[in-house]
Write a protein that binds this ligand. Structure first.
Ligand code: SAM
Length: 283
C-alpha cells in the first residue's frame, strides 16, 4: 500500500568515475526534486555544479542516517519529493540509505530506484566469469581473522563471488584467498572502472596475486575483486550424499556408528564425515 499524498523517495545512481555516466532522467529528477540527500554534500556539490543543478542538499550518511530518517520521512509525508545520492554509484549498495528505504516501505511512502552506474554489475559483466548466478559480498572484513572466517564460509559457494576491496588491503586479501580458497580458482581484479586507468587483471588467484605484487600501480585506486565459484567435485558430491545417508541412519544409531556406516557406503573419510556432522549440529 502506498500513501498517495506522500512525495516520492528517488534513489539516483551517480557516476563511478566518468562524469558522463549519468542518465537524462537522473539529471531531471535531481533538478526537479525538492531536496537531495547526499552522503557527502561537498563531494556531490561538484557533480551538481558540473550539471548546473541548484537543488538544496542535506547530508545523510552512515553516522547520522538513523537520526535523520524521521526528518526525511516527515518531509516525504508532507508531499516533498526527495532524491537520495551517494558519493558514487547506486545508493544502498555498500552505501547509506537502507534504514531510510525500509522505513519508507513500512510507512507506504513511494520509493523508486533509477537504473544506472554500479561497480558490481559493471565489473561482473566484463569479467569473463559466469554471470548467470553471482553473490555480491560487499567488503570483506578488515581484520585478518574475520576475513579468513568469511572466506571459509564461502568456500563451497558455487556462484561467482564479488567483493569490493580497498587498495590498502588488496595484497592481504589475495593472500588470504589463496590460503583459504586456494590459488587455482579463476580470479579477476577490476580496477578504476570507467576511468583513465581502467584495468582488468585476470587469471587464477595465484596469477592475479603475482601481477598485483609485481606492480605497485595495481595496488592503487578503486577495485572490485571477483572469484569463480566452487566447482562441485566428485568428492563433494559423495560427501553430500553421505551426509544425507547419515541423517537417516542417525534416527536409529549413535552419531559415531552412523558416520562410520555412511562413510563406508559412500567411500568417504569416516572422521571427516563425523566432524562435518558435528559442525552442522553446532551451527
Ligand atoms: N554504491 C557504489 C556502487 O554502486 O558500486 C559502491 C560504493 S562503495 C562505498 C565503494 C567501492 O565500490 C570501492 O571501494 C570499490 O570497491 C567499488 N568501486 C566504486 N567505483 C569503482 C570503480 N570506478 N572501479 C572499481 N571499483 C569501484
Amino acid at each position: 500500500m502506498t500513501n498517495s499524498t506522500s512525495g516520492c523517495l528517488y534513489l539516483v545512481p551517480t557516476p563511478i568515475g566518468n562524469l558522463a555516466d549519468i542518465t537524462e532522467r537522473a539529471l531531471t529528477i535531481l533538478r526537479q526534486c525538492d531536496a537531495i540527500a547526499a552522503e557527502d554534500t561537498r563531494h556531490s556539490g561538484q557533480l551538481l555544479q558540473h550539471y548546473g543543478i541548484h537543488t538544496p542538499m542535506f547530508a545523510l550518511h552512515d553516522h547520522n542516517e538513523r537520526q535523520r530518517v524521521a526528518q526525511v520521512v516527515d518531509r516525504l509525508q508532507q508531499g516533498e519529493n526527495i532524491a537520495l545520492i551517494s558519493d558514487a554509484g547506486m545508493p544502498l549498495i555498500s552505501d547509506p540509505g537502507y534504514v531510510l528505504v525500509s522505513q519508507c516501505r513500512q510507512l507506504g511512502i513511494p520509493v523508486t530506484a533509477l537504473p544506472g552506474a554500479c561497480a558490481v554489475v559493471t565489473a561482473l559483466a566484463a569479467s569473463g566469469l559466469p554471470t548467470d548466478r553471482f553473490a555480491f559480498e560487499g567488503f570483506l572484513p578488515a581484520k585478518p581473522q574475520q576475513r579468513r572466517k568469511r572466506l571459509q564460509e564461502l568456500l563451497l559457494e558455487p556462484r561467482t563471488l564479488i567483493f569490493y576491496e580497498s587498495p590498502h588491503r588488496i595484497v592481504e586479501a589475495l593472500a588470504d584467498i589463496a590460503a583459504v580458497v586456494g590459488s587455482e580458482r579463476p580470479c579477476v581484479l577490476a580496477r578504476e572502472l570507467s576511468k583513465q586507468f581502467e584495468t582488468y587483471l585476470t587469471g587464477t588467484v595465484a596469477e592475479v596475486q603475482q601481477q598485483v605484487l609485481a606492480d605497485a600501480n595495481q595496488q592503487r585506486g578503486e577495485m572490485v575483486l571477483m572469484l569463480g565459484g566452487a566447482v562441485a567435485t566428485e568428492t563433494d558430491t559423495a560427501t553430500t550424499e553421505a551426509l544425507a545417508t547419515l541423517a537417516i541412519l542417525r534416527r536409529e544409531l549413535p552419531l559415531k556408528k552412523a558416520a562410520a556406516l555412511a562413510a563406508e557406503i559412500h567411500g568417504v573419510r569416516k572422521n571427516a564425515l563425523y566432524q562435518l556432522a558435528l559442525d552442522a549440529d553446532n551451527q
